[in-house]
Design a protein around this ligand. Structure first.
Ligand code: SAH
Length: 252
């Protein structure tokens, strides 16, 4: 089976893996997994396992670990991407899904002067993140931070490179900013909501050592900007994403 399954670290012990109910049902009913098949399981904490399925019950799948690796599919760089909470929840969900695929380590919903909504659907976003982690074959589930102000984020975050996306006078082209800063192990990028950042928010970010970066001449939708800056900073992942020989089939 080329699908990755998720099991929390607590479900992996003494060489054995017990899949959570929902994952077990998916394996049995949709993928028709049987005892003797091999499966790949990630624990969301950087753990990656190949396992032989020993038992498939109505709600339970148990396997024995045959191979173990660390941080499969994870970028070297620790990147946090912060985006103003969007009015349309579905757009924020799309952003979160893609941010996982592009290698974000942490996603921060920002409450800014111009956000028109101040809450997120945390559980739903987490489910989107778990699905994206499995789909793109990462082994680490990125953090989903609580909604917060740029000020709180900048006050607490320790990132070597700090960027605020803002298409205004004095903004440095993103490529230049990324090239001049390289190499760094951690980065933080702030992107405004639909209405952008206020002038004072941009000033405050600059005071908090953020480089003002431009993503080009076009005004991008907020979620597009967030994904573009993320990819520019992380760069492309290595080709051999799951690290295992063979088994690179597409995962639906
Ligand atoms: N009406 C707003 C535009 C907001 S676009 C304004 O005129 O300021 C939403 C967010 O996406 C912006 O706050 C910025 O962070 C980011 N963004 C969009 N296009 C960008 C670009 N070309 N360069 C840098 N940031 C951009």
């Amino acid at each position: 089976m080329t699908t990755n399954f998720y099991a929390p670290p607590s479900a992996i012990r003494a060489g054995r893996i017990v899949l959570p109910e929902e994952e077990a049902r998916h394996l049995r009913t949709v993928l028709r997994g049987e005892a003797g098949d091999a499966m790949t399981v990630v624990d969301g904490d950087g753990g990656w396992y190949r396992a032989r399925i020993d038992h498939v019950g109505p709600d339970q799948v148990v396997g024995t670990i045959t191979e173990e690796r660390d941080n499969v599919g994870e970028p070297d760089m620790d990147v946090t991407v912060a985006l103003g909470i969007l009015k349309k929840r579905s757009r924020f969900e799309t952003f979160v899904e893609k941010a996982v695929e592009l290698g974000a380590r942490r996603v921060v919903p920002l409450r800014t002067e111009r956000t028109e909504r101040d809450s997120i659907r945390e559980e739903r976003l987490r489910n989107v993140m778990v699905a994206a982690m499995k789909q793109c074959r990462r082994s680490r589930l990125p953090d989903l931070a609580a909604p917060q102000s740029p000020e709180a984020l900048l006050g607490g975050a320790e990132a070597e490179l700090r960027l605020v996306c803002h298409a205004g006078a004095g903004a440095v082209p993103i490529r230049q900013a990324a090239a001049e800063a390289a190499p760094v192990a951690s980065a933080l990028a702030l992107v405004g909501p639909e209405g952008g950042f206020s002038p004072s928010e941009v000033e405050d970010a600059a005071e908090a050592e953020c480089v003002s970066v431009s993503l080009g001449a076009r005004r991008l939708r907020a979620e597009t900007a967030a994904l573009a800056v993320l990819h520019s900073v992380v760069g492309a992942p290595p080709n051999d994403v799951d690290g295992a020989p063979g088994g690179h089939g597409q995962n639906g």
